[in-house]
Design a protein around this ligand. Sequence first.
Ligand code: XMP
Length: 511
Amino acid sequence: MNHDTVIILDFGSSNNQLLARKIRGANVYCEVLPFTTSLEEIMSKNPKGIILIGGSSSISEENAPKYNPDIFNQGIPVLGVGYGMQLMTVELGGAVEQSKCVESGKVEIALETDNELFSKITTETNCWMDSTFQVSKMPSGFNVLARTRNCAVAAIGNEEKNLYGVQFHPEVMKSQTGIEIVKNFLFNICRCSADWTMASFIDASIEDIRKRVGDKKVLCALSGGVDSSVAAALLYKAIGNQLICIFVDHGLLRKNEGDQVEEVFAGQFGMNFTRVNAQERFLNRLANVSEPEEKRKIIGEEFIRVFEEEAKKIGKVDFLVQGTIYPDIIESGVGNAKVIKSHHNVGGLPEHVDFEEILEPLRDLFKDEVRSVGLGLGLPEYLVWRQPFPGPGLAIRIIGDITFEKLETLRETDHIFREEVERAGLSKSINQYFTVLTNIKSVGVTNNERTYDYTVALRAVNTKDFMSAEWTKIPYSVLEITSSRIINEVKNVNRVVYDITSKPPATIEWE
Ligand code: XMP
């Protein structure tokens, strides 16, 4: 695709994606690469600019990550952020030392000179600093561009070579004019064009897909989730009925969800679409199973089996579609987080499907970009804004063994909760919310009669990355109406509780 590219070279920053999102938000395409990427590979991407961003390492530590110093001689603008500025300073002949006064938090920086990096920024602006070092010797050809009260060097620049360093973090929200500084680097220094838009992405992808696929056949496992839905819609736009979609309905979906998926893809789009109604098969396999990991394993295996059986009927296909998105790729490089739950993603790779290649049309996009592509392709809002839903579906929201009756009870309660959250206008501000059918039964009283029925838990969280999460402070009035509707409208439930645990120590799902 033809667009300007900026590379973020990551030395272990937890903000790498945040910065990438800011840059994409300014309509410039950017990629995050680990510092182990060779200079050759970086240059092969023909970048208009490079940003070095680091974590908490100090350049004087023994195993501090380094990089090929030739990166500074490519005639391409480089911005070093935090650790990136230390690295730039030292590699270019300057020196840094441990700061006597640690500067961290919100600090005011004062500009020393007029400079393109700070153009249109007032002489004093707040920035987020997390720094225990200071430049003690400037590399030659560099000037001090900004300082703080305690730190004589907060930003440096070599205008002739287009090399810049900032000690603060322009990517974090708390940096008042951070985004302006990033934009100044992109547009004044790298001279990027703002040519990364979702409309241009759709046009360019369609062209790419047509070229690559030709008149061949493509198979897609639709789960009804945002990513696979958008991938399918994009492919359909590019190659029409050469795309074959299989939707395995395992019966563990939310109320009406299976029908909605069918309505959109078979009805509205008119796709080559098969819905496999496999509810009974899954329920039979899950009978009397209560251990969560066992449930996941069974559902994962059965899903692949059903998909393979359907695919066999179609025969050989040339491509298989995967709804991989950009954060999946960045995160898969880290791989040291302990497995707490085995996250089987529906749509994982089947072994016995006859295909030649994998197509991943969304692999360059962040989630919000995927959503705008979906809307641009005419997918309905409710599908594009669907909250994340685990592959094993409602099976891991029923504690203990699963029966059809329990699934129906859970679907009803979940539906009511979702309706009330939507009615209160909160559906886009809560990242995930659902109900859980606990296997606790307790005593209640209805119409002067003793009852002994299920307890339903409401769960709602706010999170950036789903690795940690805060429970959402939903207004009492919304909880109240949800609870009373559940009790009045759903059989077999006589108690509703609200889960007020964050992650950690709890996980988002109950199983
Ligand atoms: P936890 O419960 O681990 O959930 O805090 C984090 C996110 O992952 C989702 N989740 C799953 N997704 N298969 C999936 O595809 C799974 O087995 C699974 N378990 C949890 C969960 O809904 C949340 O968004």
